[in-house]
Design a protein around this ligand. Structure first.
Ligand code: SAH
Length: 259
């Protein structure tokens, strides 16, 4: 008889607020024997876990010591082959800059089934913090999710992005903000295009900075904001509600000063 193997679950933990975890994700966490968890996940979501479950942090934050991807993939396969229920828990949504593509292939190659449980990605959490719609009939016909930290160090798409008129959500962009802003302006995006940076979107310690493309590097350098942060670039950012920042977050309202 073939030994029982559970599907490996790739689960999104959402952007940080533990209440933004889906019911399905909470159930998966509760049933897991092994939880392999990324360092952007709020550990409060582990309150759903069985106390007997083994929780292993396998973070890989940019620039820091991280668990090699191949090791994580081997670990998932190894634990699932023991007949254990494995949850791979990732910040935001597993399918957005979450190395899910590699992990799905590794699991398939090992003959294991995969299931994906979506989470709320940080770009939409950042938009909620600003109270803006990422798409807008008058301001933006679409949304692009882009990394500010491409694997090969080359951004081929920025020229198109500068011209497309879509809202651009930049993940992992804070460390390269000067280069990104210069590239977009160089490719023709207006220097006064509104930009927002939201750190720790959805969390109690969320911080927001609203600026313009040409001023963003200096404004960010003068602020206390850092990683993990999401940059939203485009006309929809002009609709951000400054009043709401006053209640919820530390405010750096540069747009108002520059208007
Ligand atoms: N899968 C995740 C993205 C992982 S890449 C998702 O769907 O959100 C890691 C990057 O995501 C960070 O560098 C940052 O740009 C962004 N990020 C993750 N959580 C965030 C948060 N709470 N607030 C702002 N940005 C966040």
């Amino acid at each position: 008889m073939k030994p029982l193997r559970y599907p490996v679950l790739l689960v999104g933990a959402g952007p940080g607020d533990p209440e933004l975890l889906t019911i399905k994700a909470a159930k998966a966490i509760a049933q897991a024997n092994v939880i392999l968890i990324d360092d952007l996940v709020n550990e409060a979501v582990l309150e759903h876990a069985n106390p007997k479950a083994r929780v292993q942090w396998v973070g890989k934050r940019g620039g820091c010591q991280s668990t090699p991807q191949a090791f994580i993939e081997k670990l998932m396969v190894h634990e699932a082959n023991k007949g254990l229920r494995v949850v791979r828990l990732k910040g935001g949504d597993p399918l957005v800059f979450g190395r899910a593509g590699e992990e799905i292939m590794a699991l398939r190659q090992a003959g294991l089934e995969v299931q994906i449980i979506n989470g709320i990605t940080s770009a939409v959490a950042a938009a909620s913090a600003l109270q803006i719609s990422l798409t807008h009939r008058d301001h933006s016909p679409g949304l692009v999710l882009a990394t500010g930290h491409p694997a090969n160090g080359v951004d081929k798409g920025w020229a198109e992005l500068a011209r497309c008129g879509y809202t651009i959500a930049v993940y992992m962009g804070v460390a390269r903000v000067s280069q990104l802003c210069a590239d977009l302006i160089g490719h023709g995006l207006a220097a006064n295009t509104p930009v927002a940076v939201v750190q720790h979107a959805s969390c109690a310690h969320q911080q927001i900075l609203v600026s313009q493309l040409s001023c963003l590097p200096d404004d960010l350098a003068a602020s206390t904001l850092g990683s993990p942060a999401l940059m939203l670039i485009g006309q929809v950012v002009s609709q951000a509600s400054v009043a709401s920042f006053m209640q919820d977050s530390q405010v750096i309202d540069l747009l108002r000063q520059q208007a």
